[in-house]
Write a protein that binds this ligand. Sequence first.
Ligand code: F6P
Length: 342
Amino acid sequence: MVIDMKLDNIIENTAVKRIGVLTSGGDAPGMNAAIRGAVRAAECLGIDCIGIKHGYAGLLNGDFIQLTQKIVKGITGRGGTMLYTARSKEFMTEAGVKAAADICKHMGIEGLVVIGGDGTFRGALDLSKHGVKVVGIPCTIDNDIGCTSYSIGFDTACNTAVDAVDRLNDTMQSHERCSVVEVMGRKAGHLALDVGVATGATIILVPEVKYDFDKDVIERIRSARLSGRNNFCVIVAEGAESGYQVAERIIEETGIDTRFTMIGHIQRGGSPHVRDRVVGTSMGYNAVALLASGSSARIVAMRGDKYIDLHIEEALGLTKDFDYEMYNTFSALTFLDRDLMK
Ligand code: F6P
């Protein structure tokens, strides 16, 4: 369902009077924008908003902070999460979930906005079965959350990686070298694909596309060299294979002077770009509007440029498609391989 809720339609009779907000799992640029969007929507509705630090662990430990518009002023453009994040083994147990629900009830926290990934949403679903209303906001630089076309953090992480690869290409061109760059994406190649296309990479290796190293890496570098290129860039998604080993094999089998770079956690930081600020703010608003209207066990997601909401159980059953069409376009453009264009 496309979310089209005007706060003034629900302001008189909100289903919740106090909510909590927490961030969980890997952080991402834009989390603070989502926190601020939620706090401002809550304040518009006269709903008290409690920040829960360190994710579900903080909920179990009573690590709370009163959130007001004043406290969240100016955080939209700040990377990271002002509420910290952590993983909690205790919360993964039935007893932990029950204890967390009891703490919410004791604190008068009737609803929770949980900002994170699938693991965060699974915990929220368990909590909802103990009577706590929950709404999730999808957030990971991997952009691999199945229920949404976009997850907060992805655009900023792509731009950070593209900036790094552009800089690497400058020096690799000067020295006529091959650059192997490993980007993040625990199990997914979305980041690698967009960064590779955006930087005109020679080769992109992702876990979603099987490849023969000799044919798809070595031979392609050799044919690129024969077509006149004197420097090369291989983008490797960390879930595909070790970028370091790819670099070692290229040196061994081609003799080309090669350098390896792992961009790593730089991709998780930095001031969020516009898309992550706007999507974060909008999702924070929509999550509170859903709680205020009495919804629970929902995820705010995107379909194209529209915001929708769906049940957590449905959301967790969905998987994110890899953009094979873009991958094939990249391959065809890079190798002018007429067979690929057929
Ligand atoms: O899930 C986001 C992510 O950045 C992955 O791309 C990466 O593999 C992982 O988190 C790193 O996790 P951690 O920050 O716990 O080392």
